[in-house]
Write a protein of this length. Sequence first.
Length: 457
Amino acid sequence: MCPTGIDELDELLNGGFPRGDIILVAGHPGAGKTTLSAKFIYEGAKRFKEPGVYLSFLEPKNDFYRFMRALGMDFEELERRGLVHYIEGIQTSTFEGIEDALKEFMDAIVKMNAKRVVMDSATAITQVAGFRLTRELIKNAMVNGLKPLGITGILISELPIGAPSVGYGVEEFLVDGVIILKSTIENGVLVRKMEIRKMRGTSIPYAELYFDIAPGVGIKVYLPPRMEEIPAPSEAQIYIPHAKEIRFLCGGYLRKGSQIAFIVREPASVLPLLIWWVLGYIARYGGTLLIRTYSKPPQLIRQAVKAHAKKFNVELSRIIIDSINPTAKPLYVMSQYNRESDTRINPTFLVFDSLQQVPMVHSNDWDDFFRQHLNNLLLRRKLGITSFYIYNVKSSEEIPIPLDIYDLIIKVRPEWRDSRLYLYLEPHPITVSGPVKPLYVQYKEGGEFQIEVVGGQ
């Protein structure tokens, strides 16, 4: 295999592009075609010591080097070391000029003993040479010329916005792999997608990926975790709530890695109760708590945490508060951030507050949210992170995703009793096997709770 140097893409492709194949990279203007191709040449030379040749009919070398330097790729340094050769074909306006550029391209490949090449782009050649001659030129240079030498190449082509085919419709039939890059604006945020349409001899578990162009990195691909099986909560560790009334909500105990959803009808608030519940676990079993909120400032969360941590004699250093504006990044970036944060911190317990905010501010896209959320939830099960998810909804709303992904669902609604406001918590077990009963909970002064088991204990 020929590693692309983009680690997540190489993981997906089982090591990279098949050695000696020609890959078409097509996309809308500004979608990232040149950056991906430059990364392929740069990482090949820098990390794998494979010389590369880049032929461009679109961009002067100085501009190309300057743009790539801003993304963390220093082509000048590699050129000085004889690992990269850049050919400018931008002055070419005749068929003969294209032939001369292609001859220089092939001569450089032989002279450097190049292992990787890029031709940018087939569209530019077609505008000069026409449809039929372009097909022959590409076939002779990229296919017949490179394949016998075992050279891996990228052919770039424009994908006109709204067009059903790549470029002029001929390039796809000459290559071994096809990658399509697209960019759209969603909720004022630039969203980039990579489609792997074709890759001969390679099994592709995900045909569509999100990616970004990032300073210092170049191309960052967001690869979901590959969970071939659905992990179950661990029987090796169980958590028994410190308050006996709470035990009726969870069948007596929770297993390590359990995933619990709270569906909370407004204006009820369950976060203070949940912090109290989880800090009781930490006081008894040890560990750490990560609270991730999408609606509240960290100062507000910290106030609730301090009061209960003092009562349970839990050090504040065991509690991490992560307050995130859900509109700041695309959904896939937030999902990747959560995966990386969960893996790096690896908390014993995790509380998500106001999770419904995430799909709501991203075009109400519950389908994409569910795919991202399910992958992350399964990863938390595998890591043994016992997690609690709070969805705040209006009285007439339902959560439009399957809820059987959770081990326990607790529905919460406000209820007036004797002129006093209570929370009514109704458990709905999925994998929890012990007996459960609803609870009435009233918040008292000083952060205390009055809890009553419906039907008695």
